[in-house]
Design a protein around this ligand. Structure first.
Ligand code: AMP
Length: 398
C-alpha cells in the first residue's frame, strides 16, 4: 500500500480540507431513503473535524449534465448529512468561485461545509484543468473518501490530487485494503463466485478472474449460457445463446490458467418466474424443455461450499439464483451463510460487492459477517475486471 491515509496528516488544525465524498443517495419525496453512503463517510468527516480542520465536502448528486438543476442540489441532502453526523452542516450556492470562497471564509475550525453539486459544472466530468484549479483554490489538503466514484477521472475524484497533497479517507482506505486482500495479494486458494443474470455484462470480469483465481464458480442465469455452450439443454432458462463462443473462450482461458470452472450440477426449476412458483430439483442434464432453472440445487450448493471450505479467500459478485423470489433464494442464502461462518471462524477472507450482491447478502443476513462488502457498484466491478481506477491510481502517485 503506497497511498497516504489520515494517519499521515499531522497537525491540520485550521487547515481547509477538501473531502470528496459519495452523497449520491436515493431520495423519494425529498427524503433520503437510504443513508448508508452518508454513514460510510461519516468517520472521515468527524475525524477531520475533531482535529480542528475546516471540513469542506465535495460531491455530486444525480446527473445534472453540467448545469444547475434544482432537484439535484446538495442542499436537499444536507439535512440528512447533518442528522447522521449529529452536528451542523452549512451549505454553499456553488462549489467554486465567490460563493464557495465566502462560505469557507465564514468557517471556524472544526466546521463542516457542504459545497454545491460538482456536476453543476461541465468541467467536473471533463476533468477540466481550469475547473480543477478553481476547486483547488478552496483547499490546502485533498482527501478522497469516495471509492465508488474512483473509476471516473473527474475533477473532484482525480484532478484535485495533482494540485493538493492527497490522502485516502477512512472508507477509501478500508475499501482498498479489502480489495488488496481479495485479489491484489490474496492468500490462496482463491475462489470467485460470479452469478447474476447475464454473461454479456460480465465478460471482462470473467476474463480477468480466470487469470487470478483458483476456482471460478458460475451461478445464476449466466450459468445457463455456459451450460448451453458445452451442450446442455437448458430448456426455457434465461440464456444468451449468442454468447456460446465467448463462454467457450472463457473456459479455454480458465483451463490454460489452471482455474477450475465450477458449473451447477443440479438446478431448481419452475415454469413461472414468480415467488412460490411450483418447483422441483433436477439433474442439470435433465432440464425439461418447458422449464427454467431459477436456482442451483443442493448438490451444487455442497460443491460450492466445499470449495469455500478449502479456500483462504473468496471474492463474490452476483446471486446464485433469482434470490428476490422465494424459494429461489436458497442457494444464495446457504452459500452466503457458509462463507460467513468460515469468515467468523477466521478461516476465510470474504470480499463481496456490486449491484444486487449487497442486497442478496443483506437478504441472507450475513452482511456484517463478511470481511468486506463493497457498496461501490461500478467501481467495484471495474476493480474485479482488473481495470485501473483513476481515482485510486492518483492516490498511489501514478
Ligand atoms: P446482476 O445484476 O447481473 O448481478 O443480476 C442479478 C439478477 O439476476 C437478479 O435480479 C436475479 O434475480 C437474476 N437471476 C439470478 N439467477 C437467475 C436465474 N437462474 N434465472 C433468471 N434470473 C436470475
Amino acid at each position: 500500500m503506497t497511498f497516504k491515509t489520515l494517519d499521515d496528516l499531522g497537525d491540520i488544525a485550521g487547515k481547509r480540507v477538501l473531502v470528496r465524498v459519495d452523497l449520491n443517495v436515493p431520495v423519494s419525496d425529498g427524503k433520503v431513503t437510504d443513508a448508508t453512503r452518508i454513514e460510510r463517510v461519516a468517520p472521515t468527516i468527524l475525524e477531520l473535524s475533531k482535529k480542528g480542520a475546516k471540513v469542506i465536502l465535495l460531491a455530486h448528486f444525480g446527473r445534472p449534465k453540467g448545469a444547475p438543476v434544482a432537484d439535484m442540489s446538495l442542499k436537499l441532502i444536507a439535512p440528512a448529512v447533518s442528522q447522521v453526523l449529529d452536528t451542523d452542516v452549512a451549505t454553499a450556492e456553488d462549489c467554486i468561485g465567490e460563493a464557495a470562497a465566502s462560505a469557507i471564509a465564514a468557517m471556524k475550525d472544526g466546521d463542516i461545509l457542504l459545497l454545491e453539486n460538482t456536476r453543476f459544472h461541465k468541467g467536473e466530468e471533463k476533468n477540466d484543468p481550469d475547473f480543477v484549479k478553481a476547486l483547488a483554490e478552496n483547499g490546502d489538503i485533498y482527501v478522497n473518501d469516495a471509492f465508488s466514484a474512483a473509476h471516473r477521472a473527474h475533477a473532484s475524484t482525480e484532478g484535485l490530487a495533482h494540485h493538493l497533497p492527497a490522502y485516502a479517507g477512512r472508507t477509501m482506505q478500508a475499501e482498498l485494503e479489502a480489495l488488496e486482500q481479495g485479489l491484489g495479494q490474496p492468500k490462496r486458494p482463491v475462489v470467485a463466485i460470479v452469478g447474476g443474470a447475464k454473461v454479456s455484462t460480465k465478460i471482462d470480469l470473467l476474463m480477468n478472474l480466470v487469470k487470478k483465481v483458483d476456482a471460478l464458480v458460475i451461478g445464476g442465469g449466466m450459468a445457463n449460457t455456459f451450460l448451453a455452450a458445452r451442450g446442455t439443454d437448458v430448456g426455457k432458462s434465461l440464456c444468451e445463446h449468442d454468447l456460446a463462443a465467448t463462454a467457450k473462450q472463457i473456459m479455454v482461458e480458465a483451463a490454460g490458467a489452471g482455474c477450475a470452472i465450477v458449473l451447477p450440477m443440479d438446478g431448481v426449476i419452475a415454469r413461472e418466474f414468480k415467488a412460490g412458483a411450483e418447483n422441483e430439483t433436477v439433474d442439470i442434464e435433465s432440464i425439461p424443455a418447458d422449464a427454467m432453472v431459477l436456482d442451483v440445487g443442493p448438490k451444487s450448493i455442497a460443491a460450492i461450499n466445499d470449495w469455500i471450505s478449502k479456500a483462504e479467500t473468496l471474492v463474490w459478485n452476483g446471486p446464485l439464483g433469482a434470490f428476490e423470489i422465494s424459494p429461489f433464494d436458497k442457494a444464495t442464502v446457504a452459500v452466503a451463510k457458509h462463507a460467513a461462518e468460515e469468515t467468523k471462524a477466521g478461516k476465510l477472507v470474504s470480499v463481496a460487492g456490486g449491484g444486487d450482491t449487497v442486497s442478496a447478502l443483506n437478504h441472507a443476513g450475513v452482511a456484517d459477517d463478511f470481511t468486506y462488502i463493497s457498496t461501490a457498484g461500478g467501481a467495484f466491478l471495474e476493480w474485479m475486471e482488473g481495470k485501473e481506477l483513476p481515482g485510486v491510481s492518483v492516490l498511489h502517485g501514478k
